[in-house]
Design a binder for this molecule. Structure first.
Ligand code: ADP
Length: 614
């Protein structure tokens, strides 16, 4: 533990080290490097070689004699001796010689070269280093320890609640803060204290930052915004002083809002006993944050909003009363919310008049606000690419696929056999979905490869909002997911790698059904898994004995196998439909859900001859 509490080295320390290295280099290394190519000899060798006429040139310096031999470029060196006859000897043997010309360099210049220059160089290097370290937070070397929070004044704050579409519960919850910030004295008067900290929790891109800005915008107060990761910078020991600085500024500007994005970067659970330096830094920052929060009064007019998508990873100390004791969930938008968000963003671009946002919202089920904003932008980009000046319904529909599945991969050339296999695979999914009454109808099926790597794509449409799924519905979803592979088996008798994503999803559903939703008779209502990051994909960890864990695996396999067999049976029973529609998709490459349904019905109504079938 003690190791964690070593005092941090101040910045001047690093500065001094760099300086010292440079000065030592200047004093010792450079002259030595110059001397390195000179060969040392004795004085008597020098004299003998003069006498033997081996020496071509001599330079007598104040502390040494340098000389070159005839036909040799090496410079030799020997010491000075009290030898009055040397000049005569040199003249006698016709050796060229000179004495050193000492140029009087001004002491100022030598001071400049030996001291000032290294200092300037060191300063320059240090500056470059530090501005890299604080990149993104707009810091300069002289701002170390300053919070770097971006400050927005109330009037510059464009965002209002009306700009945040949907999220009505969150807005309602935050409205109270706005009322408080308008007139804190009203609350003081009655003796009510506002929560000091409010935690916005939800998946990424659901508008948490936007909501925090909207609170500031509505209350017309300054807004300090900083991201958790910006606290922990290159130089250790700065995080805590940044927190201190942030709160000092905020208190001066109260009433105001401090927004800490990604608070999990500093507010994660502190580990006890670990000896990691990086964690130590984070902990000091967190401790400072806790101290600051405890230090100011509830009615000081500073409201702290923080956002996270990993609430379960936060240190419990942060969530104690008097700190972040209010939690505002900011969930993924429902159908109506998605439609509203699309409308808000569509206002920023020129669109055709008759756009049906409800259809787009249905197609984009599960999309976050940020993804919906992206869909509208992609649609506008597509319109420009195609030289149109308004966004059409088709642009929006195509951009949903771009956002979820990547761009069409123009140069991916599938062989005819691959194309046929992908057609069967996709129709397998769609047909199994359509044949099971509870499955959502298909919106669109395509076999145009996407940059995301998907070779085909079946877009299911969501009818209204769905909050609960029955066991049968989940089983049907697994069957639908296995439908692609089942179709390949029925048609080709062989299987391919195309089902990896289906396998992953089917397994995830099956595992949740058994370990989390109590949908297996053997385990009844016993929870055997805990969800880790609900907002980030919801990975679960098994919390049971090895034996139970093996039993869960066995049941997961059984469940998926049953549904796979069911899907295969359905497709075998409807082999005509499978062949006919797959052929149609093979020819057309993209078909809509309506086309799919009408071909399916056609076949069932008049039992079309199997000539179109392969
Ligand atoms: P978060 O902080 O939850 O990750 P942001 O607030 O940064 O998400 O949202 C990113 C972008 O997504 C916003 O700039 C906005 O364009 C869009 N967005 C998200 N939610 C909404 C919403 N409810 N209404 C309008 N736009 C939204």
């Amino acid at each position: 533990m003690d190791e964690n509490n070593k005092p941090k080295k101040p910045i001047i320390y690093y500065y001094a080290v760099v300086m010292l290295i440079l000065c030592l280099l200047n004093l010792f290394m450079l002259p030595q490097m110059r001397q390195a190519q000179i060969v040392k000899t004795t004085y008597d060798t020098f004299i003998t070689e003069i006498d033997e006429d081996k020496i071509a040139e001599v330079e007598v310096q104040s502390n040494q004699i340098l000389f070159k031999k005839t036909g040799d470029e090496t410079v030799y060196r020997t010491g000075i001796m009290n030898d009055p006859g040397l000049t005569e000897r040199l003249l006698e043997h016709k050796v060229k010689f000179s004495s050193e010309i000492v140029e009087q360099t001004s002491p100022w210049i030598s001071l400049l070269v030996s001291w000032l220059f290294p200092i300037l160089l060191a300063t320059f290097l240090l500056r470059a280093l530090m501005s890299r370290g604080s990149m993104g937070s707009g810091g300069s070397p002289f701002n170390l320890g300053k919070s770097n929070a971006r400050v927005y004044k109330g009037s510059e704050q464009e965002i209002r609640f009306k700009d945040v579409a949907g999220e009505d519960e969150a807005k309602e919850n935050l409205q109270e803060i706005v009322t408080y910030l308008h007139d804190p004295s009203k609350y003081k008067h009655i003796g009510a204290t506002m929560p000091k900290g409010i935690l916005l929790v939800g998946p990424p891109g659901t508008g948490k930052t936007m909501l925090a800005k909207a609170v500031a915008g509505e209350s017309n107060v300054p807004f300090f915004s900083i991201s958790g990761s910006e606290f922990v910078e290159m130089f250790v020991g700065m995080g805590a002083s940044k927190v201190r600085d942030l709160f000092k500024n905020a208190k001066e500007k109260a009433p105001c809002i401090v927004f800490i994005d990604e608070i999990d970067a500093i507010g994660g659970k502190r580990n006890t006993g670990a000896l990691s330096g990086a964690n130590d830094e984070r902990e000091q920052t967190l401790n400072q944050l806790l101290t600051e929060m405890d230090g100011f009064e509830g009615n000081s007019g500073v409201v702290i909003l923080a956002a996270t998508n990993r609430p379960e990873s936060l240190d419990p100390a942060l969530l104690r009363p008097g700190r972040f004791d209010r939690r505002v969930p900011v969930e993924l938008p429902d159908l109506q919310g998605r439609e509203e968000i699309l409308r808000v963003h569509a206002k920023k671009v020129k669109t055709e008049k008759n756009i049906d946002y409800n259809v787009i919202a249905r197609m984009a089920s599960g999309a976050s606000g940020a993804e919906l904003a992206n869909i509208v932008n992609e649609a506008a980009l597509r319109a420009v690419r195609e030289n149109r000046n308004v966004v059409s319904q088709k642009d929006l529909e195509e951009s949903i696929e771009v956002v979820f599945a990547g761009y069409q991969k123009k140069n991916a050339i599938l062989t005819d056999e691959e194309k046929l296999r992908v057609s069967y695979h996709e129709i397998g999914h769609a047909l199994v979905a359509a044949l099971q009454t509870d499955s959502a109808p298909v919106q669109k099926i395509t076999i145009i490869p996407r940059t995301s790597g998907a070779l085909g794509y079946t877009m299911q449409i969501e009818e209204g909002n769905h909050y609960l799924y029955t066991k049968e519905e989940l089983e049907n979803r697994i069957a639908t997911l296995t439908g692609g592979r089942a179709a390949e088996e029925v048609k080709f008798g062989t299987i391919s790698t195309g089902a990896s994503n289906d396998i992953e999803q089917a397994t995830k559903i099956a595992r949740s059904m058994i370990a989390m939703y109590g949908m297996s008779d053997d385990f009844d209502m016993v929870a055997m898994a805990t969800v880790n990051s609900r907002y980030l994909g919801g990975d679960a960890t098994l919390a049971c004995s090895d034996k139970t864990s093996a039993a869960i695996d066995a049941r997961v396999i059984r469940l998926v196998r049953q549904q796979h067999a069911k899907a295969r049976q359905l497709l075998e029973d409807h082999r005509d439909d499978l062949d006919r529609i797959s052929r149609y998709l093979y020819e057309k490459e993209t078909i809509t859900g309506e086309e799919f349904m009408s071909i399916l019905k056609e076949g069932n109504d008049m039992t079309v001859p199997a000539e179109t079938a392969d």
